[in-house]
Ligand binder design. Sequence first.
Ligand code: NCD
Length: 305
Amino acid sequence: MKNLLSMEHLSNEEIMMILNRAQHFENGGNPVLQREFHVANLFFEPSTRTKTSFEMAERRLGCTVIPFDAEFSSTTKGETLYDTVKTLEMIGIDAVVIRDKEDEYYNELLEGIGCAVINAGDGAGQHPSQSLLDLYTIQKEFGRFEDLNITIVGDISHSRVAKSNATALTRLGANVRFLCPPAWAGNFEAAHSWDEVLEDSDVIMLLRIQHERHSVSKNFSKESYHAEYGLTIEREQRMKERAIIMHPAPVNRDVEIADALVECSRSRIFEQVRNGVFTRMAILETILKGRDQYDNSYTKCEATQ
Ligand code: NCD
């Protein structure tokens, strides 16, 4: 695996290998890396969890983390993402973790870049490391994916988490359903009432409304969204006995989930954050371990010859 760009590029076998490796790290296992690697985290959109989690994973693998501050980088002077990443490569960076507001920003890095690229979120496209940590959380809970009813609730069409998880979970045999306001279903077929999905769901995965990706506001007040699509205390009481609540966070309390449920016994929201470090260690190790087998001396001129 040279890069991690989209869940669509991973086979079920590759997914399961990463989850097994995450388990190895959670159990206290050591990484197998042949040398010290240099990694930079390029976040052009806000992040608390993903950025810190990647940085923790990099440090636990013994990597050197080279600071990169998007706000003070030369991208603000008009430098392209390609030139930025190429520059970091020439300085000696082995891998870049990137979050950007453009869908598939990584396409411009596919030719001519020798650094490994790990996608930490591309616009409303994909968020593969979040998906892998979600899969790890579900696997730890149920020991399988087959025949689980997994309901993803909220701003489906603007959510990279929904898309990455829908792809992977369906392929792994889960029954993925969606619940959202009709305008946010995108290409998915979605239920529009909790009654259709609440009582037989094994996993309820809530999503934040992606206001930053809306061209026009859908005019939901916090209260009306919570009443119609939020996980209220009353709804939580109707969930199946062993069913769990997930949310990639950041959470807006009392909007997509009642304040009192964020840390209730069914909630895995903070457990997901914890699992994220082991999963990202597994992703980074898999990519870095294979790195020296690629020819990284490739330049754009050679690519066009
Ligand atoms: C998500 C993201 O950035 O896509 N957050 C995360 O990485 N944990 C979800 C969101 O912002 O709502």
